[in-house]
Ligand binder design. Structure first.
Ligand code: AHG
Ligand code: MN
Ligand code: MN
Length: 335
């Protein structure tokens, strides 16, 4: 690992966040080099154990978690909550932030050279470590992600719009690329792991059935589908060209609340998406109005272009016979 990545436009970052964002950027720039080396360096995708939630851990999950927690000790972070740690860790007793992190999102894509990322969420620290995170998602004071892809980028909000920085590969500085990211209001693209179709609820099936039926169904238009299996990569695409992402609850054991975790995946993505003018719900209600019941709690998650997220919620309000009927009857949803 090497280097001192800086944000080239510190005036775009509120003063009190400069240190923590610079720390995150330093680690992200190093990770981006490690990821680019791939198998020429250490084995990043090797299975090394299980995290608190029973998910398999890969070498890069652990390496990223260690690198972030080490650097954030000096960045005013009091409480550190990570996907890779069962409990909240105290980093700096005099710090004022509580920071939650998914150090490496999309770990199934590490070995196949597909975009992966880091997601983070920042609150004002309370005295109590757990209560600093089990609170309304709307209490977040900052949220963001790094994407490690063809370009490495930081997309971040401090509660007043969304900023996009790109890591310059030679200077190793994150340079401001867009000071006002907006999710397009309309789009005809959806993202869902369709192999779970048979496990979904009727409203989710009905929404997807109507997309698949295209111009021959009640929506009377064609749709396109994507599934990358990296939440960060899906978010980045939706930030760029709109669309909707769904990871609903389903009938499989352990998926009663979907797959994604509230504290360090859904809450920060929801804040970013809403700050960019999109919507984020659990299928029906806004994520930002909710709080996690436990540190690693999961929630169904639907986010993206506002019109589409509202439409998914409307399918949940349809009477039973409407969602179980063939698409021809859902005249309410034409176009
Ligand atoms: P993580 O690698 O942090 O465990 O997160 C993986 C998540 C998310 O990135 C992605 O959207 C989803 O899991 C993919 O789920 P499926 O494998 O069920 O498609
Ligand atoms: Mn993740
Ligand atoms: Mn992860």
């Amino acid at each position: 690992m090497s280097g001192n990545a800086l944000i080239i436009s510190p005036q775009t970052i509120p003063d009190r966040f400069v240190s923590v964002i610079s720390g995150l950027c330093r680690v992200a720039a190093d990770l981006s080099l490690t990821i680019a080396r791939g198998s020429l360096g250490q084995s990043l995708g090797a299975a090394v154990g299980q995290n608190a939630d029973g998910d398999g851990q890969k070498a890069l999950d652990v390496l990223a978690d260690e690198a972030f927690s080490a650097v954030l000790k000096d960045c005013s972070v009091r409480w550190y909550a990570s996907e890779e740690q069962e409990e909240v860790i105290e980093l700096d007793p005099s710090g004022t932030f509580a920071l939650a992190i998914d150090p490496l999102d999309g770990s199934s894509n590490i070995d196949v050279n597909v975009s992966i990322g880091t997601i983070f969420s920042i609150y004002e620290a309370y005295e109590d470590p757990i209560q600093s995170f089990l609170r309304k998602a709307s209490d977040q004071i900052a949220a963001g992600y790094f994407i490690y892809g063809p370009q490495t980028a930081l997309v971040v909000t401090f509660g007043a719009g969304v900023l996009h920085f790109t890591l310059h590969p030679e200077s190793r500085c994150f340079e401001l690329a867009n000071s006002s990211v907006n999710v397009p209001a309309r789009s005809s693209e959806y993202a869902i792991n369709a192999s779970n179709y048979r496990h979904w609820s009727q409203p989710v099936r009905a929404f997807i059935d109507d997309c698949i039926a295209g111009s021959e169904g009640p929506r009377d238009k064609e749709f396109n589908m994507r599934w990358i299996a990296s939440l960060v990569a899906e978010t980045h695409r939706i930030m760029s060209r709109g669309g909707v992402f769904l990871y609903p609850s389903d009938g499989r054991a352990g998926y009663e609340n979907g797959r994604l975790r509230m504290v360090y995946e859904c809450a920060p993505i929801a804040m970013l998406i809403e700050q960019a003018g999109g919507g984020a719900t659990d299928g029906c209600d806004a994520i930002l109005g909710q709080s996690a019941a436990s540190l690693h709690a999961r929630t169904p998650f639907v986010f993206g272009s506002l019109e589409k997220v509202e439409r998914v919620a409307a399918y949940h309000d349809l009477p039973e016979n409407e969602v179980s009927a063939l698409f021809g009857s859902r005249g309410l949803f034409r176009a």
